[in-house]
Design a protein around this ligand. Structure first.
Ligand code: PGA
Length: 237
């Protein structure tokens, strides 16, 4: 829940300027709903796409305050975060509800970014794989009914989000390898797995160098155009 008309415009202009012809990665910004029209205008004819931070599982109707997939489409939105830890923690979104959001996105040709990750207590208790597997299970069970081609998984350890504590590249790689294995069991070998949790220009290259880290989900560092651009450039192959 960051941004306003003025700073959004500055951020996007700064990002486009810093990235012009310099990057070879997929870059998207996930913006609060009220700014969709602004961001759509700012990103027209650029190589940056945009996404939402949540989606309703309902098509339309008496669901006050909800935002549907078709509303996202109206503005040319391509991506949607599903089950960010803050949605899980503050809005009690269960993994089953999150999976239903993932399904809604996939059914409407949006790319869902499924966020999974353990708390520090769960890590200390040796429950990382157990927690991640449980968060992924309802999504993986969609495999036979939904085309999963556009799925992206984001590993975001809760203890690393907004805290300045990043998982080390080795810690992140270990969990990414586990997620990859879970996906491979369902023949979802193509799915991109990105890391989130205090990603900065200083740690991005080491994270991207890991074999199973395909990108980043950036929070705080994306609020500064130069810093975000430097993370994108660290992903150049
Ligand atoms: P952070 O946020 O980069 O500030 O840790 C990540 C996120 O909110 O997904």
């Amino acid at each position: 829940m960051h941004g306003d008309l003025k700073t959004n415009a500055e951020l996007i202009h700064g990002l486009l300027k810093n990235l012009e012809h310099k990057h070879n990665t997929d870059v998207a910004v996930c913006v609060p709903f009220p700014y969709f029209a602004q961001i759509q205008n700012l990103l027209t004819n650029t190589d940056i796409t945009f996404g939402a931070q949540d989606i309703s599982t309902h098509e339309s109707g008496a669901y006050t305050g909800e935002i549907s997939a078709s509303m996202l489409h109206d503005f040319g939105c391509n991506w949607v975060l599903c089950g960010h830890s803050e949605r899980r923690a503050y809005h009690n979104e269960s993994s089953v509800q999150v999976a239903s959001k993932v399904k809604t996105a996939l059914d409407h040709s949006l790319s869902p970014v499924l966020c999974v990750g353990e708390t520090i207590t769960e890590r200390k208790d040796g429950l990382v794989e157990h927690v991640i597997a449980a968060q992924m299970a309802p999504v993986l069970s969609l495999t036979n009914t939904v085309n999963m081609a556009q799925l992206v998984v984001a590993y975001e350890p809760v203890w690393a989000i907004g805290t300045g504590h990043t998982a080390s590249p080795e810690q992140a790689q270990q969990v990414h390898a586990f997620i990859r294995a879970e996906l491979n069991k369902r023949d979802l070998n193509h799915v991109r797995i990105i890391y989130g949790g205090s990603v900065k220009p200083e740690n991005a290259a080491a994270l991207f160098a890991q074999p199973d880290i395909d990108g980043a989900l950036v929070g705080g560092a994306s609020l500064d155009a130069k810093t975000f651009a430097d993370i994108v450039l660290a992903a150049n192959l």
